[in-house]
Write a protein that binds this ligand. Structure first.
Ligand code: SF4
Length: 385
C-alpha cells in the first residue's frame, strides 16, 4: 500500500504518548547485533498476511493493517533516554535496532510524521550505530543521515522478504513495495557504501520455501551483493493471526489447507512441527552452499564495536547456529548463555574461564582466540562454507 499523504490522513491514526522508546535487551541480540531496539509505531499499514503483530499476545489496539498508533513524543522521550546525565548505567555498545516488532518504521504514516527521520538524526548526533529493518523503500529518503551514521559509527540497512517472487508478494504483502523495488533499494544503499542484509523471514510453508522459489530469491540477493542473509520459518499463533492467514490461504491456495493443519497443530508460540523446520533448514543450508553468503551478520560489521564479552557471546551464538544448520550438535549456545551472565571483562578472568558452566576445552580455545584477534578462524570458515 503506497499511500499518498492525503490517504494517510484518512487512515485510523491514533497519536499516543509513549513512556519509553528504547527497549533494552537483557543480553546482546546476536541476530541484529543490538542491545537496544525501538518501535515508533504500533500497528502496521503494510498488512502482511502472516504478520504476528496481529496476534492477541502483542496487544495492538484496533484493526491490524489499517489502525496505527503513533508515538508522537518519541523524539523527546528518546532524547531523555540518551541523556548521559540521567542514565544510571552507561549505554552498552551495539547497533540500535530500528524496526521489527509490530510496526514498520517506514510504513506510509512515516511520510507525514517523520518520527524515524527525527530519531535517526538524534542517534546520529549521539554517534550511535544503527541497524534498520524495513520492507519499505521510503528508507531512501533518509540516506543523508544514514551515510553520516555509517561514516561516524556504522549503519546497516536490512530488508525483509518472504521471497523475491512478485506474484506471491502481491498476495501476502499487499501493502509493501514489490520485491524488485526492495532489491533496487538495497543496490542503492550498497552503492553508498552501506552494508545491507536480507532477512528471508518468514518463508511461507509450501509457497516460498520450495527449492525453486528460495533458489531464485538467493540468486537475486547475490546479484545485488547483500552482506548477509538471515533466514527463518513462519509461526502462526492461535487466534486472530492464524484465522486471518488461513482465510487468505484458502482463497488463493485451497489445496494447501490440509498441509497447514498438519504442520501447525496449535503450539503455544505458533511454531510448526519441528520435522518441518528441520527439513526447511536443511534445504536452506544446501542451497546456501552455492552462494557463499554469510547466514549471520559477519564479524567485520561488529568486531570493532562490541564489548569483549558481547563479542564472545555473539560469535559463540553464531557458531551454535551454524553448526545446528548443518545438522550437528553444538556446545556453544549453552556456553554463550552462561558467559552472557558474567559481569567482569572476560580477559580479567581468563585463568578460570573453564569453570564457567558449559565452557569446555574447545570453547576456551575459541574464547582466547576471539579475545586476542577479534574473531575465530573456525567461525569465519563456517560462516561462508
Ligand atoms: S511490514 Fe512487518 S510489521 Fe508491518 S505488517 Fe509486514 S511483517 Fe508486520
Amino acid at each position: 500500500m503506497n499511500c499518498s499523504p492525503s490517504e494517510v490522513n484518512a487512515l485510523a491514526i491514533k497519536e499516543i504518548e509513549a513512556k519509553t522508546i528504547l527497549r533494552k535487551h537483557k543480553k546482546i541480540d546476536s541476530w541484529f547485533l543490538s542491545r537496544y531496539g525501538m518501535n515508533l509505531y504500533r500497528g502496521c499499514i503494510h498488512n502482511c498476511v502472516y504478520c504476528d503483530g496481529r496476534a492477541e499476545g502483542y496487544y495492538v489496539d484496533g484493526e491490524f493493517g489499517s489502525d496505527v498508533a503513533v508515538k508522537i513524543n518519541a523524539l523527546e522521550v528518546l532524547r531523555r533516554e540518551l541523556d548521559p546525565k540521567r542514565k544510571q548505567t552507561p549505554f552498552k555498545p551495539g547497533y540500535v535496532m530500528v524496526g521489527g516488532g509490530v510496526g514498520d518504521s517506514y510504513q506510509p504514516v512515516e511520510e507525514k510524521y517523520e518520527l524515524t527521520r527525527k530519531t535517526l538524526s538524534l542517534l546520529s548526533e549521539k554517534k550511535l550505530p544503527v541497524h534498520i529493518l524495513t520492507k519499505s523503500t521510503l528508507v531512501k529518503r533518509d540516506v543523508d543521515i544514514l551515510e553520516k551514521i555509517n561514516e561516524t559509527s556504522k549503519a546497516i540497512v536490512s530488508f525483509s522478504f518472504s521471497s523475491s517472487d512478485e506474484k506471491i508478494n502481491r498476495i501476502f504483502e499487499p501493502g509493501v513495495p514489490s520485491p524488485r523495488k526492495r532489491l533496487d533499494t538495497i543496490s542503492f544503499f550498497k552503492d553508498k557504501g552501506i552494508a545491507c542484509g536480507m532477512f528471508l523471514l518468514p518463508v511461507i510453508p509450501f509457497i516460498t520455501d520450495t527449492n525453486a522459489v528460495m533458489d531464485k530469491t538467493l540468486q537475486d540477493a547475490q546479484d545485488i551483493g547483500v552482506d548477509f542473509i538471515i533466514f527463518g520459518g513462519m509461526t502462526l499463533k492461535e487466534g486472530k493471526q492464524k484465522e486471518y492467514f488461513l482465510n487468505i490461504l484458502k482463497r488463493h491456495y485451497p489445496k494447501l489447507m490440509s498441509e497447514y493443519q498438519m504442520i501447525y497443530r496449535g503450539s503455544k508460540w505458533g511454531e510448526a512441527i519441528h520435522e518441518y523446520y528441520d527439513q526447511l533448514h536443511l534445504t536452506f543450508h544446501s542451497l546456501m552452499k552455492q552462494y557463499k553468503i554469510p547466514t549471520r551478520i559477519p564479524p567485520e560489521l561488529f568486531k570493532e564495536m562490541l564489548s569483549e564479552n558481547d563479542l564472545v557471546v555473539v560469535i559463540l551464538e553464531h557458531l551454535d547456529y551454524l553448526l545446528k544448520l548443518e545438522g550437528k550438535k553444538s556446545p556453544f549456545g549453552y556456553a554463550a548463555y552462561s558467559l552472557s551472565q558474567i559481569q567482569e571483562p572476560l580477559s580479567t578472568i581468563l585463568h578460570k574461564v573453564d569453570t564457567i558452566k558449559g565452557v569446555g576445552k574447545t570453547t576456551e580455545k575459541i574464547i582466547r582466540e576471539i579475545l586476542a584477534t577479534g574473531s575465530s578462524t573456525f567461525y569465519e570458515h563456517l560462516l561462508i562454507r
